[in-house]
Design a protein around this ligand. Structure first.
Ligand code: TEU
Length: 514
């Protein structure tokens, strides 16, 4: 029989390429740097990597402002370097998916130049969303939409028209009703799939389609996202992927509720949708149990696997979100065991396995457009994008062959380098390695069912099993979010996120048992 689809329970590792490893000394991570460190990802034990955008771009939004989606920006290497990473990764048994950005182009994309040059009413403007403004002389934006990074979602061009950008003004939204936009995106998909990638991450998968007439956002509605028309686009994307066996499309989906989310994962749409439920939930057993149940119920509706994550390049790191310091790290480690115990796919983020925390950066280092567009009230996302500390005692910790890194690495990360953590069996890296190894090889990690059983207040115990009466294969994950140590249920302890104290699981810790 056909083997189970690899992506249904794969552990993906998000390589934030700029921040992973730099081979040429310019302080910016690149493809050759990644290639030289593939052995690390093999040692860690991940199944696949997701590469953040590496296409030609002025980097006004970290490469999500794409000038040419079928190219490699020279700062990251070239197409040969990409092919070499892909070949070596796949040779090692690591699959590769690339980040595609269908909602918008960058402002340096030749299409946008044509749209500006051609003027109002021309076909080049049809590829984007140009409109006349409201009020006398059209001096007010066409509607009241705000951009995700702050400020209006519209910018006026010299001839008086306005163009839509749900993100920064340097990221004009594409018009997905336009045949050329559709055809060009298909070309991009095929370009990377023909090179042999194992799939795509579809950014802003809930964007793309815009409602007819571009109505104002009245109370309680957000017409910018989750338009019904978007599903036809996902069906077209899926048709393309279906021509390439064993590939996967993973959506970044932000919608208000599970029912809306599930629609993106219908059998002819995206394979996976990254679920930010665990990121949004506080460190509390009841709340976490409810979040897990909700996620499982959501995907069960459409027969898709759940897809868990504790963070990405847009969200604060777990260690900091849980208060930082030893306690924050203990909680982050506990959450890793919770996430990796669950059925479904998992997305790990660049450096999460090292227990890295958010870095407070000097203002002059900040590159995120959110900083400027919020008028400085928002410090942006650079603090979660600080490069990996690899080796040695001083920044840049062998991240770069040069002296510096594009964002400064704090000296306090000397204790968190890959080198230091590989040698320490109690390190966060060692915990992740052991967890991934068990998840990969132990039969208890195959069941698709989750049930909960009695646990003291502030704790949960979940049982993952196959649904068969033969219960030998079950895994138990216990989590202690209370202030007191707890006794574990009977069983053989496979792994704990913190040392047991007098035979009991301490607060801020999780354990796996069979
Ligand atoms: O994110 C798009 C997205 O849907 C938002 O949740 C976004 O993360 C949030 O508004 C951040 O302020 C994708 C990328 O992940 C993100 O890094 C890009 O900035 C964004 O698209 C625009 O291209």
């Amino acid at each position: 029989p056909e083997a189970r689809d690899w992506w249904r329970d794969a552990v993906f590792y998000q390589v934030h390429l700029r921040s992973f490893a730099d081979s040429d000394g310019d302080g910016i991570g690149d493809l050759e740097g990644l290639r030289s460190r593939l052995g690390y990802l093999e040692l860690l034990g991940v199944d696949a990597v997701w590469l953040t955008p590496f296409y030609r771009s002025p980097m006004a939004d970290n490469g999500y402002d794409v000038t040419d989606p079928r190219s490699v920006d020279p700062v990251f290497g070239d197409l040969d370097a990409f092919d070499a990473v892909l070949a070596d990764a796949q040779e090692t048994g690591i699959r590769v998916i690339v980040d595609v950005v269908p909602n918008h182009s960058g402002d340096l994309h030749p299409w946008f130049g044509e749209a500006l040059a051609e003027g109002r009413g021309g076909a080049a403007r049809e590829r984007y969303v140009f409109r006349d403004g409201r009020g006398p002389d059209g001096a007010r934006p066409p509607n009241d939409w705000q951009g995700e990074f702050g400020g209006p979602a519209w910018t006026r061009v010299p001839d008086g028209q306005w163009y839509l950008h749900l993100f920064s003004p340097r990221q004009p939204d594409l018009n997905w009703d336009n045949a050329e936009v559709q055809a060009d995106f298909e070309l991009t998909l095929r370009f990377w799939l023909d090179r042999g990638v194992d799939g795509v991450r579809v950014g802003t998968a809930h964007g793309l389609a815009k409602p007819a007439g571009l109505p104002d956002a009245t109370d309680g509605t957000d017409p910018r996202f989750d338009e019904d028309g978007v599903h036809e686009i996902h069906r077209r994307i899926r048709k393309v992927l279906d021509g390439y066996p064993r590939t996967v499309a993973v959506g970044e989906i932000h919608v208000p509720d599970g029912a809306r989310f599930a629609r993106y994962l219908r059998p002819d749409e995206l394979h996976l949708g990254v679920d930010s439920g665990l990121i949004r939930t506080e460190f509390d057993a009841d709340a976490l149990q409810a979040a897990v149940d909700e996620s499982l119920a959501t995907v069960a509706e459409v027969g898709a696997p759940a897809t868990w994550t504790l963070g990405d390049h847009d969200t604060g790191r777990q260690v900091s979100r849980h208060g930082g310091g030893d306690r924050g790290r203990a909680r982050a480690r506990a959450m890793a065991l919770v996430e990796l115990a669950l059925p479904g796919a998992v997305f790990l983020y660049n450096g999460e396995e090292l227990g890295l925390d958010d870095v407070e950066l000097p203002t002059e280092s900040l590159t995120d457009p959110r900083v400027r567009l919020s008028g400085g009230t928002d410090r942006g996302r650079d603090g979660v994008r600080v490069p990996i500390p690899w080796e040695g005692t001083d920044p840049p910790f062998s991240f770069s062959t040069g002296e510096t890194s594009w964002l400064p690495i704090p000296g306090r990360w000397a204790a968190l380098t890959v080198e230091a953590q590989l040698e320490d069996t109690a390190s966060t890296l060692s915990l992740y390695r052991q967890a991934l190894e068990l998840r990969q090889s132990h039969p208890a990690f195959t069941g698709d069912h989750v049930e909960w059983f009695g646990a003291p207040a502030g704790c949960f115990a979940l049982r993952r099993h196959s649904g068969d009466e033969d219960e030998d294969g079950a895994l138990i994950c216990a989590l202690n979010t209370s202030a007191a140590p707890i006794s574990l249920p009977p069983g053989e302890v496979l792994l704990t996120s913190a040392p047991m104290v007098d035979g009991r699981l301490p607060p801020d810790a999780a354990a796996w048992l069979v």
